[in-house]
Structure formats: structure tokens, C-alpha cells
Design a protein around this ligand. Structure first.
Ligand SMILES: Cc1ncc(COP(=O)(O)O)c(C=O)c1O
Length: 459
């Protein structure tokens, strides 16, 4: 194992410093490029000039293949809420896998995890499992279409809901393509998106009540669902205002439209998820990430009459839904262990640590006179260039120059022992304490002085 060398400022120098074309990670990336497109099989985890490859993770630490240990503030893009290899979760997963990892019949474990979710999520009467958040969103949309018999969905500009064609629309609109702010254009994300997909999507300006309501009312008779992420990461972890959620709820109830809350990330904000924490009521909730205890998972939970579209006991269900690995027993066992560990006290303590982390890092930006900010809520944070108020996608949009500053800065954090997403997303886990937060703040300070970012004086 390489012995990473620390310089006087506590950063890595020599072996282990990122980037290093002689490192094991760089060599693995070269090898990957021979068999994977661009050396990659998950766009999110690509990092230029190469991603660091993980060797292992324990607690709040991740060790890469070069032997460099860092504090993991990424937690597989918020999917781990108890860090790596938590003993209770390992025990549950190991016990499940040693009894056989999958069957062509159901297991009791799916009932257990569903019961835990129904007990804590407001309005969740029934649950359906799948293997990813993308699938959860896709099945929630299909359920809404089957329930209403209508084709269209409404989603907010710039908000990520996974890889389903319809919810990708206008995910990365730019000033050249986005059009009027009160009537955002329907912009394809993936090349080749069929025009029919675009015409079945209504793009809403996030948190803009009047403009959104006008667009919803114009399309009311054709809308199956409004999908909303109450704390959307891609637009800076800004919370949907309670007036916005009330407006969407009222519209959906009046027009017979299904309101879907995408809590694939934001479920972690409270014991009962975002609905309970932010006081609104959706018809369906899309879940993923933390409810699988670190294994692939997705779930749709919601009102029994809507969820009845999946019911096969009536003959052919309105929305038939198969899936070889749905409710996989290893995932279900690990997920139940993770959810059980997430007691009201654990969530409260974790969220308080999140507040401390945001405050400390914000203070570092302030002292360095760098006009960046830390946004977020609960145990989630985003390091974001700029200081203007964040109101929606367009206020958090970054041009290439600023985007590169952020990527360079997060790469510099790697050399001070911290892993966050190149776009600035980070989160805390229940196996962290204030000492990890102190190291984060110190690392941000050191990386800022290296990065030579524009300051309030030089701008
Ligand atoms: C809000 C939201 N919805 C859906 C998804 C898709 O989940 P998955 O990556 O498990 O497919 C994500 C993934 O990050 C997400 O953040």
C-alpha cells in the first residue's frame, strides 16, 4: 500500500496526490477505457482527468486503490446514511445472502421493509419495490398514468429525477435553450429524445407559483402527474416553498392529478421523509438510496387506491410491473436494518451536525472573502459559487468557467482528505461527529487558498 505523504499544510504531496498519471487509479482508468465507453459505466462518477477508484470503506472513511484514506462526505451520492460497512447492516446482509440471494418467490423481508416505511411515511398505505430511484420515478409516473388514463406529466426545470425519458426533459437547459422564465422550453436532455416525449411534458419554473399554476391549468385535462422534488439537489438544494407545495397540492386535488414527491435524496431530511418534515401531502412518494442500506433499491409508496394499479389479484393489473430483482432479500434485509437505525433521535442529531457543517464551511468562505455559499438542509449540503439568492434553476445555473472552478476546488479537497461530488454535493452520515466537520472546514480553507478563486476584492 502506498504511504501518502503529507505536506506541511496537511495536504497530500508526492505519492497519492490527485491527479497523478502514475497512480493505480489513473492506470485502472486507462484499462477501463478499453472495455467501457469513456472508461465509465455511471456518468455521475466520472471526474476529470480520471476518477479515483475505491478499495474499501469503513465508517466515515473511504480508502482508494492507492491507499489514500479520505472522509467520505459523498456517501455514494447520499445513499449511505450510516457510512460504510455498518456492523448491523453487514450482519443483516450477510445473514440474508448466506440463505440464498434471490428467489423466484417472495420473501418475508419485503413485508418487513414495507411495514417500516408505511409506519413512518405520512399517507403511505402501500409500497412497491424496485431496484433504483430511476425505476421508482418511472413506476410512479406509470402508476399515475394508469390511475388517471392521461398521458402528460409536469416537472420543474433543471430538476433531476433519474434516467426516465420524460423526467429528463429540461434537465440541463441553458440560456441559449431555456426560453421565457415563466414558460420554460421543453429541452431534450439525451440526443434522440422523441418529439412525442417532449410534447407530453409540461416544464414548470420551480417555486414560481403563478407561472406554474397557469401552465398546469392550461394542461389540466391531460395531466396524469405533477412530480416535484421538495429539495432538489441539481438546483442547489433549495426547498420548495410551503406556498408552492400548497398550490401544487390544491391543483392536483382539484384536477384529479397525482402528486408525486421524489424523495430519492430528500427522504433523509426527517424520520418520515420530506412530506412529514416540510408538512405537505403527496399521493405517491418515490424512494431509493438510503432505504436499501447500501444495496440497489427503489420504492414507490402511497395512497392505496392509486397503488391498486399494481394489484395482480384482480386479473391483469392496470400497471403490470415485473422485475427479476424487485424486493431482493439482501437489499430488503440491509434496508430494514438501515431504516431501523434511523430513529427520530438519530435523524435529529444528524441534522444538527449538518447545520454545524454548513455554518462552519460558510464561515470559511466568509473569512476567505470568496463569494461562494453553502446551501442545503438537514444532513445535505452543496458548495456553490455565487451569493445571489437561490430561487430556482436559473439562479443556480453555472457557466463552464464557474463550473470548472468548482470542479478544480473539489479536486483540491481530495488532497486534503475530503471526498465530495465534483459539483459540490455532500452529505453527512450518522457515523460522523464534529471532528469530521472540523476537518472538512479546515480542508475547505486550505483548498480555497490553493485554488486562487476570485475574491470580493479581485472580482
Ligand atoms: C431526486 C432523485 N430522483 C431520482 C434519482 C435516480 O435514482 P437512481 O440513481 O437510484 O436511479 C436520483 C439520483 O440521484 C435523485 O437524486
Amino acid at each position: 500500500m502506498t504511504n501518502p505523504v503529507k505536506d506541511a499544510a496537511g495536504g497530500l504531496s508526492g505519492a497519492g496526490r490527485y491527479p497523478d498519471s502514475a497512480s493505480k487509479s489513473a492506470r485502472l482508468f486507462e484499462r477501463a477505457q478499453r472495455v467501457l465507453p469513456g472508461g465509465n459505466t455511471r456518468t455521475t462518477v466520472y471526474r476529470a482527468p480520471y476518477p479515483i477508484y475505491a478499495r474499501s470503506g469503513h465508517g466515515n472513511r473511504i480508502v482508494d486503490v492507492d491507499g489514500v484514506e479520505r472522509i467520505d462526505f459523498l456517501n455514494n451520492y447520499t445513499a449511505l446514511i450510516h457510512g460504510h460497512a455498518h456492523p448491523s447492516i453487514v450482519r443483516a446482509a450477510f445473514s440474508a445472502v448466506s440463505d440464498g440471494s434471490c428467489f423466484g418467490v417472495p420473501t418475508e423481508s419485503e413485508i418487513r421493509l414495507a411495514e417500516l416505511l408505511v409506519d413512518r411515511i405520512p399517507g403511505a398505505e402501500k409500497v412497491r419495490f424496485m431496484n433504483s430511484g430511476s425505476e421508482a420515478v418511472m413506476m410512479a409516473v406509470k402508476a399515475a398514468r394508469a390511475y388517471t388514463g392521461r398521458p402528460k406529466i409536469a416537472k420543474c426545470e433543471g430538476v433531476y429525477h433519474g434516467s426516465y425519458d420524460f423526467v429528463e426533459v429540461s434537465l440541463d437547459s441553458s440560456p441559449a435553450s431555456w426560453g421565457e422564465s415563466n414558460r420554460p422550453n421543453r429541452v431534450p436532455y439525451s440526443a434522440g429524445t422523441p418529439a412525442s416525449v417532449l410534447s407530453d411534458v409540461v416544464v414548470l419554473p420551480f417555486n414560481e407559483i403563478e407561472a406554474s399554476l397557469r401552465l398546469l391549468e392550461e394542461n389540466a385535462s391531460e395531466l396524469a402527474a405533477v412530480i416535484v422534488d421538495p429539495l432538489p439537489n441539481r438546483i442547489g438544494l433549495i426547498q420548495a416553498s410551503s406556498d408552492y407545495m400548497t398550490t401544487l397540492r390544491r391543483f392536483c386535488s382539484k384536477a384529479g392529478v397525482v402528486l408525486i414527491s421524489d424523495e430519492v435524496i430528500s427522504f433523509r431530511v426527517g424520520y418520515g421523509g420530506a412530506q412529514a418534515e416540510f408538512a405537505f401531502q403527496a399521493d405517491l412518494v418515490a424512494l431509493g438510496k438510503i432505504i436499501g442500506g447500501g444495496f440497489p433499491v427503489g420504492a414507490v409508496a402511497g395512497r392505496a387506491d392509486v397503488m391498486a394499479v399494481f394489484d395482480p389479484t384482480v386479473g391483469k393489473s392496470a400497471a403490470p410491473h415485473g422485475g427479476t430483482f424487485n424486493a431482493n432479500p439482501v437489499t430488503m434485509a440491509a434496508g430494514a436494518a438501515a431504516v431501523e437505525l434511523l430513529t427520530p433521535t438519530a435523524v435529529k442529531d444528524l441534522n444538527e451536525l449538518g447545520r454545524i457543517a454548513r455554518d462552519r464551511v460558510q464561515a470559511v468562505f466568509h473569512e476567505a472573502r470568496v463569494p461562494w455559499r453553502v446551501s442545503g438542509q438537514a444532513s445535505l449540503f452543496r458548495l456553490l459559487p455565487g451569493q445571489e439568492p437561490l430561487v430556482g434553476y436559473r439562479s443556480s445555473w453555472m457557466d463552464e468557467t464557474v463550473g470548472k472552478q468548482l470542479r478544480d476546488f473539489t479536486n483540491a479537497l481530495l488532497n486534503h482528505g475530503i471526498l465530495v461530488d465534483p459539483g459540490g454535493l455532500g452529505c453527512l452520515s450518522t457515523v460522523m461527529s464534529e471532528s469530521e466537520v472540523d476537518i472538512l472546514a479546515q480542508a475547505v480553507s486550505l483548498a480555497l487558498s490553493e485554488a486562487q478563486l476570485p475574491t470580493l476584492e479581485t472580482m
